[in-house]
Design a protein around this ligand. Sequence first.
Ligand code: ADP
Ligand code: ZN
Length: 298
Amino acid sequence: MSLFGGIEAGGTKFVCAAGTGPEDVREEVRFATTTPDECIGKCLEFFQAIQSVHGPLSAVGIASFGPLDPGPGSPTFGYITTTPKEGWAHTDLAGPISRALDIPVGFDTDVNGAALGEFRWGAAQGLNTFVYLTIGTGIGGGAMVNGTLIHGLLHPEMGHVLPPHDWMADPFAGVCPYHGDCLEGLASGPAIEQRWNQKAENLPPDHQAWDLEARYLAHGIVPQIYILSPQRIILGGGVMEQAHLFPKIRRQVRAILKDYIQSPAILENMDQYIVPPGLGNRAGVLGALALARAAAGE
Ligand code: ADP
Ligand code: ZN
């Protein structure tokens, strides 16, 4: 069987892996996100060492932070584009890796990668239309619709929708540098930390932060249900490590929908409708491997 490489390119850290899937990750390395040159160099060093031990790689998949250009045929395909992350705007990430290794490179958003990994091996097996949202340092979403990962004009930016913001109940202005109180601005990990003056991971489960968080996330999820009609919604990212959020979010989604969507998936089986990633916190790096397999035509 052929061997694949995967790169989970995050704003904080990079994870590179070589293997074929969840049961077969031969080697893995992680390092801090520094400069593009340094990170690309470390990726190449890892994959070249892999090839000398395990033989040639068939393809590499990159699941990256963005915004980025995932459009094959576009002159800036494979680039991270207008990111505010210092030193990374307009960086060609896929090109140097593809040229140095001389193999196909699959390139997509971190969340589309995770969605593909979940489709192949995780909580979206057997579905053709679903959403993967991550709630972490930022909020982002990927989606598969009728079996195809959505790109469109650029790629979805599901974290920047505007949930209702009751300024009396929640005077916090939000942290999004572009919009202030968009979903990411109000409900990302850094938003929780700034509003309550402590890290999200340190807030007790009975803290009032979590009801507010569940309400904002539900207002981000409901439009996805109306617009894409997903068969399932997968919620990953650091903040969703708070497992007690799931029942709260499910209740809020039901309350906002008001039984308008008449499907047993929502009316009876909400526990299987809004779920954590089947691949857990491995969704990112395994998603990158899934992108590599797709790039190789598998
Ligand atoms: P990234 O978004 O950088 O890929 P994560 O998905 O881990 O990384 O998100 C990091 C954010 O999630 C931080 O704001 C952190 O405070 C928050 N976070 C991480 N772990 C937890 C946890 N167990 N409970 C709540 N929040 C968490
Ligand atoms: Zn925003």
